[in-house]
Write a protein that binds this ligand. Structure first.
Ligand code: PFF
Length: 448
C-alpha cells in the first residue's frame, strides 16, 4: 500500500465528502416526501445512527487492520476460506457502476447552474419541459457535462490520496458548509420554515409502512457510502492512532445533519410557494426551479447557490467512487496511478454514455431491457441490490471470518466490553438479516 496517508482531519473530510452527496440533497428529501415525512425521518435517523455507525466501524476496522486495497484486505484478513473471500473485494466495481449514471446526474446539475444564471422557469409546466427536454432529447448538453465530470474527477484522482482527494475535499467541503449555512439561514427567515419542521419531525405513524422502514435502511447505506469498499479503501490510508469509533460517529452525524438541513431548506421553499410535488425524483429538477423563480431575484441567487452546493457534494462523492478500483490496480498490479485512473474512468465514462443515451428518445428503444431502460437498471441493480449485498458481505466477514481477538483489541479500549459485545451481536446477526430484507423488498421477491 502506498505510504501516502490522509491527515486525520483530511480523512474525516474525505469520508464525509464521500458520504454527503446527491443522496443527501437530492434523494433524501424526495424519499421523505414519498414516505410521509416525520415517521420516515425518525426511522431513517435510527437506522443511519445505529446500523450506519455499526457498519462504519466494521469498514474502518477492515481498512485499519488490512492496510491494502479492498480485494487484498478481504483475502488477507480472512481467518478461513481466503480464496472465496477475495471475491468479496470485487465490490469495488459497484461504485464504478454507480458513478456511470451519478456522473450524468452531476452533469444535469451543472446544466441547472447555467439555467439558474440565464433564466429560471416561471411555472411548473415550463420547468417540466426544460427537464424533460434535457433528459430525453438534449444529447449534446448531457454528453458535454458528462465529459466535463469525467475529466474533472480523473484529474483529481490522478494526484493521489493526499494531493488529490484530500486537497479537493479541503476546498469543496468548507464551501459546501458555507453555502448550506447561507441557504439554511435564509430559510429560517421564511414563514413556512415551521411547516417544514412539522413535516419532517412530527411523525405520523399511520403513514409508516414496513416498506418505508426497508427503504430507510437502504438509504442509510447509500448515503453513508457503505457496502462498496469505499470507506474500507479510505481507511487503509488512515493516519495511525485514529479513533475509529469517534470517526464513525462524526461521519454519520455530519452526513445525517446535512440530509436534515437540505430537507428543511427544500421543504421550506416548496411549502412557502404552495408547491405540490414533494414527491418523486423530479423534486429538485422540476419543482424547485420554478419555486426559486417565484422568489424573484433572491430566488435566482438561491438557485445558483443551491445547485453549486449539490455539484460540490456530488463531485467529492464521485471521486470516492473511483478510488477503490484505482487503489486495487495500483496495489495489486503495480499500475501507475495514471494508467489505473484512466482505465477506471473510461469504464464509468463509456457506461455513462450508454446510460444517458438510454434516456434519449431516439436511442431508448435499443437500450430498454424489459420494463426499464439502462439508466434505471444501473441505478436499481447497483444501489438497491449490490450495495446492500456488499453490506452483507462486510458484516458477515467482520462478524464471522475475521480474527475476533484482533477486533477486540481495537474495539474494547474504545467501546468497553459490553458495547463491543452488542456491536458483535448486531454485526453478526441483526444487520445481515435487516439487509436481506432490504434486498428481498427492493427486488420485489418479497414485498413488505
Ligand atoms: N454517499 C453518496 C451520496 O449520498 O450521494 C452516494 C455514494 C457515494 C454512492 C459513493 C456510492 C458511492 F460509491
Amino acid at each position: 500500500m502506498s505510504t501516502v496517508r490522509f491527515s486525520r482531519f483530511g480523512f474525516i473530510l474525505a469520508a464525509v465528502g464521500s458520504a454527503v452527496g446527491l443522496g443527501n440533497i437530492w434523494k433524501f428529501p424526495y424519499v421523505t416526501g414519498e414516505y410521509g415525512g416525520g415517521a420516515f425521518v425518525l426511522v431513517y435517523l435510527i437506522t443511519a445512527l445505529f446500523i450506519g455507525i455499526f457498519v462504519l466501524i466494521a469498514e474502518l476496522l477492515i481498512g485499519k487492520l488490512g492496510q491494502s486495497d479492498a480485494v487484498s484486505m478481504f483475502e488477507n484478513l480472512a481467518t478461513k476460506k481466503k480464496n472465496l473471500w477475495k471475491y468479496a473485494g470485487f465490490m469495488v466495481i459497484v461504485p464504478l457502476i454507480i458513478l456511470s449514471y451519478y456522473s450524468v446526474v452531476i452533469g444535469w446539475i451543472f446544466h441547472y447552474i447555467v439555467v439558474s444564471f440565464q433564466s429560471l422557469p416561471s411555472n411548473i409546466e415550463e420547468s417540466k419541459n426544460i427537464f424533460m427536454t434535457l433528459l430525453t432529447s438534449d444529447l449534446q448538453t448531457q454528453f458535454m457535462y458528462h465529459t466535463i465530470v469525467f475529466v474533472l474527477v480523473t484529474s483529481i484522482i490522478l494526484n493521489g490520496v493526499k494531493d488529490g482527494i484530500e486537497r479537493i475535499n479541503k476546498i469543496l467541503m468548507p464551501l459546501l458548509a458555507l453555502i448550506l449555512s447561507i441557504l439554511f439561514i435564509y430559510s429560517l427567515s421564511v414563514e413556512s420554515f415551521s411547516k417544514a419542521v412539522t413535516f419532517m419531525f412530527n411523525p405520523d405513524f399511520t403513514k409508516l409502512s414496513s416498506e418505508a422502514i426497508i427503504v430507510a435502511i437502504g438509504q442509510a447505506f447509500y448515503t453513508l457510502s457503505l457496502g462498496m469498499g469505499i470507506i474500507i479503501t479510505y481507511a487503509a490510508s488512515l493516519p495511525k492512532h485514529v479513533n475509529i469509533v469517534k470517526s464513525s460517529l462524526i461521519i454519520a452525524v455530519i452526513d445525517t445533519l446535512v440530509a436534515i438541513i437540505a430537507g428543511l431548506i427544500i421543504f421550506t421553499l416548496l411549502f412557502d410557494k404552495g408547491a405540490e410535488s414533494t414527491k418523486g425524483a423530479g423534486l429538485v429538477f422540476i419543482s424547485l426551479p420554478s419555486v426559486f423563480y417565484e422568489f424573484g431575484s433572491i430566488g435566482t441567487f438561491l438557485a445558483i447557490l443551491f445547485f453549486i452546493a449539490i455539484a460540490f457534494a456530488g463531485i467529492t462523492s464521485a471521486i470516492s467512487m473511483l478510488e477503490p478500483m484505482v487503489s486495487f490496480f495500483v496495489n495489486r498490479f503495480n499500475y501507475t496511478r495514471l494508467k489505473a485512473a484512466l482505465i477506471c474512468s473510461l469504464f464509468f465514462y463509456i457506461l455513462g454514455i450508454a446510460a444517458l443515451l438510454s434516456n434519449i428518445t431516439d436511442y431508448s428503444p435499443m437500450l430498454m431491457i424489459g420494463s426499464k431502460n439502462l439508466f434505471d437498471w444501473l441505478d436499481f441493480v447497483a444501489s438497491t441490490v449490490l450495495v446492500p449485498l456488499g453490506g452483507i458481505l462486510v458484516v458477515v466477514f467482520v462478524g464471522h471470518f475475521m480474527d475476533e481477538n484482533k477486533i477486540n483489541a481495537e474495539l474494547i479500549p474504545l467501546l468497553g466490553k459490553t458495547i463491543t459485545k452488542v456491536w458483535f451481536f448486531m454485526v453478526r446477526y441483526i444487520i445481515p438479516i435487516a439487509l436481506i430484507l432490504v434486498i428481498l423488498n427492493e427486488t420485489g421477491i418479497f414485498k413488505f
